[in-house]
Design a protein around this ligand. Structure first.
Ligand SMILES: [Zn+2]
Length: 212
């Protein structure tokens, strides 16, 4: 019931409306929402069609919608999403990032010009509300959020679901930090049942060959 509890008192922003449970705390929530714009299970992708992608990126504050060259920006955004998913996958399987996964991130860090602002209550943060925000600056903001999450330890709790057909990014609030499924009922049990069926089939086969 942790998932339900974490939703209490928190209205999901429209850019996170595709998330249901196991939500990361803001601002990491935006990283989670971004990488989950692709849904392998439902075979949907918010970034597949230009109009929908442009609207989502604007809504999430990652890119001003009226800027030119959207096709190139969209390609970079999709590539960065794949790279961030690879970074999250590292939190469980620990494989180093490949050259191809690092390349779009290097493009962002070399082109971004993030600007800081200090709020009246003394908080240092990336300037928000820039009406002309370029996508490289928006994506660099995600990288800064990841850096903060790595510093406070919350990054390690962002994981991809262990079901290879799902790979949904979820936030593991479990005490043991060993959560492996976006949802036990849908993915955990489905895989358990699958391996149970495989074991049963195997032992039936073994029994069959022993009898024959
Ligand atoms: Zn799953």
């Amino acid at each position: 019931m942790i998932n339900t509890a974490s939703l209490i008192g928190m209205t999901l922003p429209s850019w996170a409306s595709h998330l249901e449970n196991k939500l990361a705390p803001p601002p990491l929530l935006l990283v989670q929402a971004f990488v989950n714009t692709v849904d392998l299970d439902l075979r949907t992708d918010v970034l597949a069609l230009a109009d929908e992608a442009r609207a989502w990126l604007a809504d999430a504050g990652l890119r001003a919608p009226e800027l030119p060259d959207f096709a190139a920006d969209l390609q970079l955004t999709r590539d960065v999403r794949a790279s961030l998913r690879a970074m999250i996958a590292r939190n469980t399987h620990g494989q180093p990032l490949t050259e191809a996964e690092l390349r779009p991130l290097a493009q962002v860090t070399s082109q971004a010009r993030p600007r800081l602002e200090i709020t009246a209550d003394g908080q240092v943060r990336l300037e928000t509300g820039d009406p002309a925000r370029r996508v490289t600056d928006g994506l660099a903001g995600l990288l800064l959020t990841i850096r903060d999450a790595q510093a406070d330890g919350s990054w390690d709790r962002l994981k991809l679901c262990g079901n290879p057909d799902c790979r949904w990014a979820f936030y593991d609030r479990s005490h043991s930090r060993r959560g492996a499924w976006c949802e036990m009922a849908s993915c955990g049990n489905r895989l358990k049942n699958r391996s149970l069926r495989a074991r049963r089939a195997q032992s039936a086969e073994a029994a069959g060959s022993a009898a024959g």
